[in-house]
Design a protein around this ligand. Structure first.
Ligand SMILES: Cc1cc2nc3c(=O)[nH]c(=O)nc-3n(C[C@H](O)[C@H](O)[C@H](O)COP(=O)(O)O)c2cc1C
Ligand code: SF4
Ligand code: SF4
Length: 488
């Protein structure tokens, strides 16, 4: 993985320090920001630093973090809470896990800073139980910080008290949505509720609660140490700082990259990611996880920021980036992501529960060669209804893979429904097994392997497949040593 063009802010300590030794975090200026803020700044001054930095939430929605902290600080209550969202449910995403495993103290320190700003005394990290190493490291970090008086009572002799506990999630994607997360923390069903009220007004146990993502928190201590203008000097007009992406799919270098906002997709995929595997042709990049969209060649030079991705039919999401090549069928890709949303819908509202199921059925029909032209309009109309009427972000964004592939790869949909062809050779129902006469020596291996007797032909004569009898099991192709059986 090329380090060219990468800047490590959120990942600054990952792989550099031993995360189980607080001394190593401290040796890299760890807890210095907390000391500085508690001894030199009022909560209002500290909130202003975060507002001026321009940092926006890294968990998906991109809400300005300083504004969120300000709202939570202004709401009066006897008790307030700071929550870290470590649910990380996007398939293929492991940015937050890496931060928690590699640098847990940066998140603890940031939560303490947030608590001071808003007047909270208790924090919780909501983390999926499938992250045992991250949980272990957090437990060690919390204990070590407590022993040194960096968490607990009267931190740095300032009179400020703050403790952090862990809450475990069972791995439902929807529990990453902040209202569902709070219900899950309370022991209720992990289902979202309408906003307002926002958690900053009424969150955990009905008290003002600030929810931020792991990566958002990991940036905070450095902002206090280096200053708001240092941070807002990195990035684009509307999106400041860096973003961590999990590069996956058909790219040579997979893994985590942290780049300044404004880096182009081409730079990430071709310079840092080393280009497409096996010299194949780039086809699409899916950003934003299951609810993002598929961008194409024409978007490669677009600088990555919150607004640009949305304007092009996708989104930043939490930072998943899946690269696809010429062998990927974009209708199947849309079906794959829809499958995830259908599985993960909590079922509370009907547009998402029923609408996504119907969308998935339409896509399945198209992939099986049973689609018809009006299905493309049905897909579009239903997608828009689901987006407009679903209760939470899951339903509101789940049709994005359908809409973006309909927009950018319309020709692939047309070839599925009109020509009944999958040009990438992925939808097996649309493919036909065929024996190339010139290559066939009449060894009969294919005919003997065929479970339904679909192959006819005399020994030493070219054989023939009857497409009406063939069940497309592929056994003939596997058996033929002369590459005579092909798919077309
Ligand atoms: C279906 C769904 C899943 C989400 N999953 C996560 C998640 O795993 N982690 C996360 O930080 N935010 C997730 N979010 C976004 C949260 O609701 C919330 O906006 C975020 O935690 C706020 O933190 P931030 O401002 O630092 O981004 C999800 C949202 C939706 C709609
Ligand atoms: S949009 Fe989907 S996940 Fe969200 S509340 Fe409705 S059914 Fe549940
Ligand atoms: S794909 Fe299977 S069913 Fe079809 S001809 Fe080959 S062996 Fe027979």
């Amino acid at each position: 993985m090329s380090v060219k063009k990468q800047i490590r802010i959120a990942l600054r300590n990952c792989g550099v320090i031993n995360p189980e030794r607080i001394e190593e975090y401290i040796s890299r200026d760890g807890y210095f920001a907390l000391g500085k803020v508690l001894s030199e700044m009022t909560p209002e001054e500290a909130v202003k630093v975060i507002k001026d930095s321009g940092i926006r939430g890294r968990g998906g929605a991109g809400f300005p973090t300083g504004l969120k902290w300000e709202l939570a600080s202004k709401n009066k209550a006897d008790q307030k809470y700071v929550v870290c969202n470590a649910d990380e449910g996007d398939p293929g995403a492991f940015m937050d896990r890496s931060i928690l495993e590699g640098d847990p103290h940066s998140v603890l320190e940031a939560m303490a800073l947030c608590a001071y700003c808003m007047g909270a005394t208790q924090g919780f990290i909501y983390i999926r139980a499938e992250y045992p190493l991250a949980i272990e490291r957090l437990k060690i970090a919390i204990e070590q910080a407590g022993e040194l008086g960096l968490l607990g009572k009267n931190i740095f002799g300032s009179g400020f008290d703050f403790d952090i506990g862990l809450k475990y999630g069972a791995g439902a994607f929807v529990c990453g949505e902040e209202t569902a997360l709070i219900h899950s923390m309370e022991g209720e069903r992990g289902e979202p509720t309408l906003k307002p009220p926002f958690p900053a007004e009424s969150g955990y146990l009905g008290k003002p609660t600030n929810v931020n993502n792991v990566e958002t928190y990991a940036n905070i201590p450095v902002i206090f140490l280096k200053g708001a203008s240092w941070f807002n000097g990195i990035g684009t007009e509307t999106s400041k700082g860096t973003k961590v992406f999990a590069l996956a799919g058909k790219v040579n270098n997979v893994g985590l990259v942290e780049v300044p906002m404004g880096t182009t997709l081409r730079e990430v995929i071709f310079e840092i990611g080393g280009g497409i595997k096996d010299g194949k042709k780039f086809k699409a990049v899916q950003t934003g996880g299951p609810s993002g969209g598929c961008l194409t060649e024409k978007h490669l030079d677009t600088p990555i920021d919150y607004e640009n991705l949305v304007a092009n039919g996708s989104m930043m999401g939490s930072g998943g980036m899946i690269i696809m090549d010429e062998d990927d069928c974009m209708v199947s890709v849309a079906k794959f992501f829809l499958d995830f949303s259908v599985e993960e819908s909590c079922g509370k509202c009907s547009p998402c529960r029923i609408g996504n199921k119907r969308l998935h059925e339409l896509l399945k029909r198209i992939c099986e060669g049973k689609g018809e032209l009006p299905d493309l309009d049905r897909l579009k109309n239903l997608s828009e209804v689901i987006k407009d009427t679903s209760l939470c972000g899951l339903g509101q964004s789940s049709p994005n893979p359908v809409l973006s592939t309909l927009d950018n790869f319309h020709h692939e949909y047309l070839s599925h429904v009109v020509d009944k062809k999958c040009t990438s050779g992925v939808c097996t129902d649309l493919l036909e097994y065929f024996i190339v006469e010139e290559n066939c020596i009449g060894c009969t291996a294919c005919a003997r392997a065929c479970p339904v007797g679909a192959i006819s032909g005399e020994r030493k004569e070219p054989h023939l497949i009857n497409p009406d009898t063939c069940i497309k099991c592929g056994a003939c192709m596997e058996k033929c040593k002369f590459d005579a059986v092909i798919l077309k």
